[in-house]
Design a protein around this ligand. Structure first.
Ligand SMILES: [Mg+2]
Length: 272
């Protein structure tokens, strides 16, 4: 390890208030809505219980479009099914990185994103205000802007003009529009985090269901597209050779994918 890599890792360890598994056997990176929150209650309970049992062997990362306040609310609600906080959270479609339990930001990961976002809202908000088919989402989005879209009314050609201002426009599920600092997405933030954590790529499996997960699948890491994935994401499959298309919905699909990628022995009884 180079000196700068060692210094970076030491700084990251300082900022993480969670103890991460030492040399995890699996790094499981899950989208939330439709993926880790998808599937039958029975499958969800089984997978959540397994994640708690395997906490020392499986490093779990949420990778979601939700902001951190919404993740906090969700963890309270889903406690009924046994969902525990993960080790780390990538939120705001890649624009936030936080410790799992406290949901405190990890400055090392967030500072470059903040710098790329600086000054953008002042330029973009007046432009977006005049665009038909957009309504701001009632969330506090950080380092990004979030809208609900009316697909009939929105002229997607206008988004190219917005992208000329140093941002990427990401439409997901034909319902949501996220405006992100250029080059920042779930995939870019995940890759940066994995580099800091010095995780071997072969130990990583990602899972998702909508177009905001495409960037994760485009990293070339092993990925599971769950059975309920949106049609536009499924259409991208031919150019995603490392991605397994599961039949199972949500949690069942995640387990099916883990078995496909050779983690059956780690799954134990869960593998069925
Ligand atoms: Mg989703």
């Amino acid at each position: 390890m180079t000196q700068s890599a060692r210094a970076r890792r030491a700084r990251l360890q300082d900022q993480l208030q969670v103890r991460l598994p030492h040399q995890p056997e699996l790094v499981l990176v899950t989208d939330l809505d439709g993926t880790l929150l998808g599937g039958s209650s029975a499958w969800r309970r089984r997978l959540y219980a397994w994640l708690v049992e395997q906490r020392e062997r499986v490093l779990h990362i949420f990778c979601t479009g939700r902001d951190l306040r919404s993740v906090a609310r969700l963890l309270q609600e889903e406690d009924r099914l046994g969902l525990h906080p993960p080790h780390l959270v990538i939120g705001d479609v890649g624009c936030s990185v936080a410790c799992g339990a406290s949901l405190d930001l990890v400055p090392l990961a967030v500072e470059p994103i903040e710098a790329a976002w600086h000054g953008r809202p002042e330029v973009l908000l007046p432009l977006l205000a005049g665009l038909p088919g957009l309504s701001p989402q009632p969330v506090t989005a950080d380092r990004r802007l979030a809208y609900d879209i009316d697909p009939e009314a929105l002229d997607r050609g206008r988004l190219a003009v917005i992208e000329g201002h140093g941002v990427d426009c990401l439409v997901s599920d034909n319902k949501y529009l996220d405006i992100l600092p250029a080059g920042v997405n779930k995939g870019s933030t995940l890759l940066a985090l994995l580099e800091w954590l010095e995780v071997e790529a072969e130990r990583v499996v990602t899972a998702g269901d909508t177009l905001n997960d495409l960037a994760m699948f485009e990293t070339g890491l092993q990925g599971v597209m769950v059975g309920n994935a949106e049609a536009e994401l499924v259409a991208a499959l031919p150019r995603l050779p490392r991605v397994y298309r599961a039949r199972g919905v949500g949690c069942e699909g995640i387990v099916e994918g883990l078995r496909h990628f050779g983690f059956g022995s780690l799954l134990g009884d869960l593998a069925g």
